[in-house]
Design a protein around this ligand. Structure first.
Ligand SMILES: [Zn+2]
Length: 316
């Protein structure tokens, strides 16, 4: 990578990851910054992991339980708190009408000097622990990831602004050079963070086995549905992101003795930023045998595995 001293303003920040979770493990980057100036959408890799006009990145928790356990939102860099809001409900139903224009929900804005600001949105109600005027250090806890404002799932919407204009932290201040490798850009992340944050074009948010046909999307359900017994259907459900037309998806359920109970391979129709899929079967008259069942799911794109997950549940 070519790195010329002075090619960016000296003040370009070296940002920390703004949440106390491990991307790709305990949390996921599900949505990126939109670089398409028109009504379309394009993330910095020309993928579709964004929505029209999305001005930040979404760091998503996999489950409501993870949110309740308390995942800290931290200052990406030292600065002074400009504004805060707290007291908005973690309703998770979304919709700008319902939230009365307070789309960001509970939020914190930090001024880092030299025109740089960061904003942390959708924080958990009652969790904001800084106040305007307060000086914060890099990595200091600001609040907890929540579901307030226009938010359909527990996540942190993280926005970086320079001179009042939103900037993609994966691209930096230089004009967007088009899609391609990240080497074309100078991310605002610190070196260790930039090295850690890969680009996952698809992923599985959560998955499980249940007895419901059809299961409703479950990321928001708490607790997720469980197996109802030996005479109930056996369904593998998956909450994924980034599936798209042309992908193939493979479901399999394996019984307590290692036997294949169910397999299904199908083509993805449309797909999308959020992708909820399921497959399973009803038992014979004798019912399932009791024991631990394993569900495996994967998305295959151009012959390679783009996302996969394994889950299991005890049938009693
Ligand atoms: Zn967002």
């Amino acid at each position: 990578m070519t790195s010329l001293a002075g090619s960016e303003p000296a003040a370009a920040p070296a940002l920390l990851f703004p949440a106390d979770c491990r991307p790709g493990e305990t949390c996921l980057i599900q949505k990126l910054f939109d670089h398409d100036p028109g009504p379309g959408r394009s993330d910095y890799r020309c993928g579709l992991l964004t929505t029209d006009g999305h001005d930040g990145i979404d760091i998503r928790l996999r489950t409501m339980a993870a949110m309740r356990s308390g995942v800290a939102v931290v200052a990406a860099r030292a600065g002074t708190v400009l504004r805060t809001r707290d007291g908005e409900a973690d309703a998770g139903l979304g919709g700008p009408d319902r939230v009365g224009g307070k789309d960001a929900g509970n939020a914190v804005v930090i001024d880092h000097g030299d025109g740089w600001e960061t904003q942390y949105s959708h924080l958990l109600r009652g969790s904001v622990r800084v106040r305007p005027g307060q000086v914060v250090t890099s990595g200091e806890t600001l609040g907890l990831i929540g579901l307030s404002g226009n938010s359909e799932f527990p996540h942190l919407h993280f926005t970086v602004r320079h001179g009042g204009v939103a900037v993609d932290p994966f691209v930096g201040l230089a004009p967007f050079a088009g899609c391609g490798t990240r080497a074309a850009h100078t991310p605002l992340w610190s070196r260790p963070v930039a090295a850690q944050l890969g680009y996952a074009p698809a992923g599985v948010i959560s998955a499980g086995l249940s007895s419901e046909i059809p299961p409703s999307p479950v990321t928001m359900r708490d607790p997720p549905p469980a197996l109802a017994g030996v005479h109930a259907p056996l369904i593998l459900w998956v909450d994924a992101f980034g599936a798209r037309s042309g992908d193939r998806q493979e479901f399999s359920i394996i019984g307590p003795r290692g036997e294949a109970v169910h397999t299904q391979v199908s083509d993805v129709d449309k797909g999308g930023l959020s992708w909820f899929a399921y497959s399973g079967k009803r038992p014979s008259a004798a019912g399932w045998i009791k024991g631990r069942y394993v569900g495996r799911y994967r998305i295959v794109r151009a012959g390679a595995v783009a996302a996969e997950v394994e889950t299991s549940a005890l049938l009693q």
